[in-house]
Design a protein. Structure first.
Lengths: 378, 378
């Protein structure tokens, strides 16, 4: 068995006063303090762009050293925006191996020190296929716009139908102290917001931000432990032009199936969900891939309140990638850290009542990789 | 138990006709063919600079996709020049966990498509500390030159004393078909070679090259399996200016201690060694950290022939990083792939007679991370 025994994270935002290491250290020290653990057997860092954005690779050693933990084995795991989830999964695997008793997982991304070239959009585009996508000018907003356009065509949707998810996410984030965008938005705000890549708007898009989140995981159960009951990962074809179905996240379907099987659960057993809503359409596709909504119907269910904090099945009660924020390599760790707080009744004003089990979906690229974690109250 | 059941690699060199994916695919298909395995449960890619040099992150998914294996969980592990060794270790951990039966490890680096800025030296400098080293102009040749100068001072050595290791490595590489620099060098050649960063010369330095190596590892033993009996990793302080001893590789000492303990072996039980001789002085420090030579005496032992292919303890029989080549993130996988061929008596003209156990040391930065693997004939 693998348990989460502590979590910590920084506020997300334009944190000019923090370096990459500062972010990682703050989150890690909070997680260590929360877990009452003094030392760990391994460190796994989830990060995507430290090489391109911060001229810093060898990030495992750099962060171990910054923590005063030189000596401890430490690596960086990269899986684009899915780096954080991948880091948790591989750390959990190491606990299951019996080789390590405890591990520190740190997701970190420092996105605001990039001055000119490569800018953030170019740096993030390294998650796309360099030969068939990014070298031809495709960026993540434009790739998601293509997917959104196809999704609209398939299901006869209007642009307005995409407003419901960001409206809910912004509403939820108001209560999350660490969230980047703590203000409500209205349908009118959404429709007034500029196109980034038509039909995708500014208010469909998660913000650029700095942040770090950390978990202490262990084979030992403590008072406030939450169990990692299952996990799974999968990849998919990277270039969307080579996929046979543009609006289906096969990696999420497969990863969720593997995670649920490992946890001996079905999706209807889940009480709380974290989805990867980097763009509104991705949020909808996440819900579909989990089997929570029929294809093309997610907008109706979101608008109807099913996924509100007090709804049928709460989704992203802290505001998701859209409003809590999306420091890319850190996001997967934020998701599980927030579930940990929820399942140990410490989520403050974001608390969901009575949740026993939760699922987190973290993806990379346009779904070319995904990891899914299932957590359960002990 | 974890076994290596197949290995494959490309020639190392300036492979203009290969893309990053081409390299990975060639090595992986060879390893799969060698192992007679058709599918694997996970892929772990060791790579350092695909983001900075090739504008390609999300490398796990990109390579799984290129192999026609979309669906299989796949991540990139980054630990600077130690990425390959780290990838093997974490793949082995996943086999030990019982979660996966088989895994494909691919180390790959495509270093020759970088046209201007960042050039290779800058890209490699991301393995140093960005705040205290690389941003101040320190490159890996200059950092190693500082270490070399200190080592010379401590032990009263001349520049000539560093020639013995590259001379041996070049001699060994002549017999390795996949090696990048298949020619002998003399002491005179060494002393005539230009300084890169005084006192470190061109012929102290491993070359820039493209290459990929792959392993199929599994919980199942096959006919030509070689056992991974032990492994260990460690980090050290990253900036050399903050280390208390500039000429001691504590990460290697610690990683080797952990690996030997796991394998229930002592260093005197080892018959064959792979060291990380990115620069001559690093090669000497590797031998010292393993406890194979007294500090400051490595040059005498190398010159005396102790580490020749038919010597007391063969070291890098294929020519090491210096002459076989050093495609950074691939190097650790080449080392273990070569041990696999040695211990299954398929190393051709590089074959060492009668070796039963072998050790591989792969480091990142100036030793800020290290992984050590111990393999044993089944």
């Amino acid at each position: 068995m693998v348990y989460v025994n502590g979590a910590g994270f920084t506020k997300i935002g334009l944190l000019w006063e923090y370096s990459l290491e500062d972010l990682a250290v703050e989150a890690a020290l909070k997680a260590l303090e929360d877990s009452e653990v003094k030392s760990v057997d391994a460190i796994v860092v989830g990060n995507m762009t430290s090489g391109v954005m911060n001229s810093q690779e060898n990030l495992g050693a750099v962060i171990a050293d910054s923590l005063g933990m030189a000596g401890v084995p430490s690596i960086k795991v990269e899986a684009a925006c899915g780096s954080g989830g991948a880091a948790i999964m591989w750390a959990a695997i190491s606990i299951m191996s019996g080789l390590f008793d405890s591990a520190l997982v740190i997701g970190v991304e420092k996105m605001t020190d990039v001055t000119d070239i490569p800018d953030q959009t170019s740096a993030l585009a390294t998650a796309a296929n360099a030969r068939y996508e990014s070298s031809l000018g495709a960026s993540f907003p434009s790739l998601n716009a293509l997917i959104m356009r196809e999704y609209m065509k398939e299901h006869g949707l209007s642009e307005e139908d995409f407003a419901h998810l960001p409206i809910l996410m912004h509403k939820n984030a108001v209560d999350a102290k660490h969230a980047q965008l703590r203000f409500r938005i209205s349908l009118e705000d959404y429709l007034k917001s500029p196109y980034i890549s038509e039909p995708l708007r500014l208010l469909d898009s998660s913000p650029i931000g700095d942040g770090a989140a950390a978990l202490v995981i262990s084979s030992r159960r403590a008072d406030e432990s939450v169990e990692i009951s299952g996990f799974g990962a999968a990849t998919d074809v990277v270039s969307i032009c080579q996929r046979d179905d543009l609006t289906r996240l096969r990696s999420v379907e497969l990863a969720a199936k593997r995670a649920l099987k490992m946890a001996h659960l079905e999706i209807r057993d889940i009480d709380l969900v974290q989805i990867h809503d980097a763009f509104s359409v991705m949020g909808y596709l996440n819900l579909e891939a989990l089997g929570l909504v029929e294809r093309g119907k997610a907008h109706i269910r979101v608008e109807g309140g099913d996924f509100n904090r007090d709804g049928w099945l709460p989704v992203n009660p802290e505001g998701g990638l859209k409003a809590r924020g999306h420091p890319v390599g850190a996001t997967g760790v934020y998701q599980v850290a927030e579930i940990y707080l929820q399942l140990s009744d410490r989520a403050g004003r974001c608390q969901v009542e009575g949740a026993e089990t939760a699922i987190a979906v973290n993806i990379g690229g346009t779904g070319s990789n995904a990891s899914v974690h299932i957590l359960r109250r002990c």
